[in-house]
Design a protein around this ligand. Structure first.
Ligand code: UT7
Length: 323
């Protein structure tokens, strides 16, 4: 018998404030047309001044609990993927644990920037499969608006804030690809490329810092590495492109999303896209896209979903699951 980590519920939360591309035209030498044509982004959400990453995460977590028909104490663990935690410590995850009123289990953060949700899913899966936990809430939550250099038109128009959460539960499977739950994982990083996407500050340097990106360089790595990691994960799960119902990619750039799907051999109509509405929300982008797709009736139980993401590090990876 094989233990599988099966999705039991999902939810998301977006801050109220919607920021259209046109808002940047007043302060930067940019245009709605440039932003749409180079990235596919039309708008993004920004957190209110007093709204933190763990606030967004807690809202999304409550919605995932409702969708699953569970209460917080049904969970054994909470993992939050974020690069923008409220404080240096404690983790955003323990803040969510407190916010949910969860009196048991354990909670911690995972930091793999835009690939964070994929890394957190892999970590949750390992803990479920090894018997350490039965029910794990996996959250991606970010307030990237807090690390934008508003004078840098090459980055500040691309990112947004938000959170998505899903609950994984241990269920018995047969060990073959017809099982529901996570079927395979592939994780990678290459620190030689740490300087093409980074924040130029941190605790050790006594500054907060701003996001810095050599966009063209990141782009150059993205399609190739994303298609390769997705293929590796699909091979491990013995899933072919024809069997993939939905690709749910990290939402950084529509051209990367479409280029990767093409290389994977999955037609465009089976690719979930939310980048136009959310911008790049880093670790939150995949759970946001999954949750939106479920709420729109796109992703159905039993369907095969491939998620893939790349970000600072570089760190990248993919997860194949049957919903
Ligand atoms: O989430 C983590 C992973 N991140 C990514 O995957 C992001 C990867 N990179 C990208 O998505 C794209 O590289 C960008 C959207 C960031 C940029 O698109 P691009 O097609 O690579 O444009 P570029 O950087 O080559 O810039 C083209 C031109 C430049 O002008 P020159 O040098 O050709 O005169 C830029 O200065 O566009 C200029 N530019 C802008 N113009 C208007 C850069 N930003 C802007 C802007 N508005 N906001």
């Amino acid at each position: 018998m094989t233990i599988r980590a099966v999705v039991r519920g999902i939810g998301h939360y977006l801050p109220e404030r919607v920021v259209p591309n046109s808002e940047f035209e007043d302060t930067l030498d940019t245009s709605h047309e440039w932003i749409v044509s180079r990235s596919g982004i039309h708008q993004r959400h920004f957190a209110a001044e007093n709204e933190t990453t763990s606030d967004l995460a807690t809202h999304a977590a409550n919605r995932a609990l409702s969708a699953a028909g569970m209460v917080a104490d049904d969970l054994d663990a909470i993992i939050v993927a974020t690069s923008t935690a409220d404080l240096t410590f404690p983790s955003a995850a323990t803040m969510v644990q407190n916010g949910l009123g969860m009196m048991r289990g354990f909670a911690y953060d995972v930091q793999a920037v835009c690939a964070g949700f994929v890394f957190a899913l892999a970590t949750a899966n390992a803990q479920i499969v090894s018997g350490q936990a039965k029910r794990v809430m996996v959250i991606g939550a970010e307030t990237f608006s807090r690390i934008m250099d508003w004078e840098d038109r090459t980055t500040s128009v691309l990112f947004g804030d938000g959170a998505g959460a899903l609950i994984l539960e241990a269920q018995d499977g047969t060990g073959d690809k017809s099982d529901r739950g996570i079927l395979s994982v592939d994780l990678n990083s290459d620190g030689r490329h740490r300087d093409i996407l980074y924040v130029d500050g941190g605790v050790s340097t006594q500054t907060t810092g701003y996001l810095r990106m050599q966009g063209k360089e990141v782009f150059r790595h993205a399609v190739e590495k994303l298609a390769a990691t997705a293929q590796t994960a699909m091979d491990r799960a013995k899933i072919t492109a024809d069997e993939v119902d939905w690709v749910v990619p990290h939402q950084a750039n529509i051209r990367i999303i479409q280029g990767t799907a093409k290389k994977m051999g999955v037609p465009d109509e089976r690719v979930v896209k939310t980048v136009q509405n959310h911008g790049n929300t880093s670790a939150a982008s995949i759970p946001l896209a999954l949750s939106v797709a479920v709420s729109e009736g796109k992703i159905q139980p039993g369907q095969v979903v491939v998620t893939e993401a790349i970000g600072g590090g570089l760190a990248w990876g993919a997860v194949v699951l049957r919903w």
